[in-house]
Write a protein that binds this ligand. Sequence first.
Ligand code: HEC
Length: 122
Amino acid sequence: MKKCLTLFGICLALGFLQSCYYDVEEELYPDTGCQTEGITFSTEILKILQNQCFSCHDAANNFGGVTLENYESLKVYIDNGSLLGAIKHEDGFSAMPKNQAPLVECDIEKMETWINAGAPNN
Ligand code: HEC
């Protein structure tokens, strides 16, 4: 009888631990997906460029002769395909950000969605 109770206790404890584990996992990895709907140049896209690219590609730095700072300058690299090729690390393009970790997947998705929508200056 005592053995049976102990076993029951262990099962309860395990069940409890498991539910705790799942709770924590949900907090750590919320399933938000990647929000690519309704993104605009002036908000999401510009923020990504500012954070990841302007240290080398604003008008002042202009590394490699590439300026991405204003829409007209940026559009050149969108239209010739090199911006998407660079951030997706495709063959034939210099991988960007140069010598750094690639953009997080969601940022690449946002850029691609915006570019495929015609890269509106919105
Ligand atoms: C640490 C500096 C640095 C950062 C950060 C950086 N680049 Fe570059 N980028 C360069 C240099 C230097 C070149 C010239 C080509 C080369 O040396 O690879 C270049 C070239 C490019 C080109 C032309 C590529 C080609 O193959 O024609 C594009 C487009 C580009 N960068 C986009 C970006 C974007 C978008 C970001 C941000 C996600 C970024 N870069 C971040 C330094 C940087």
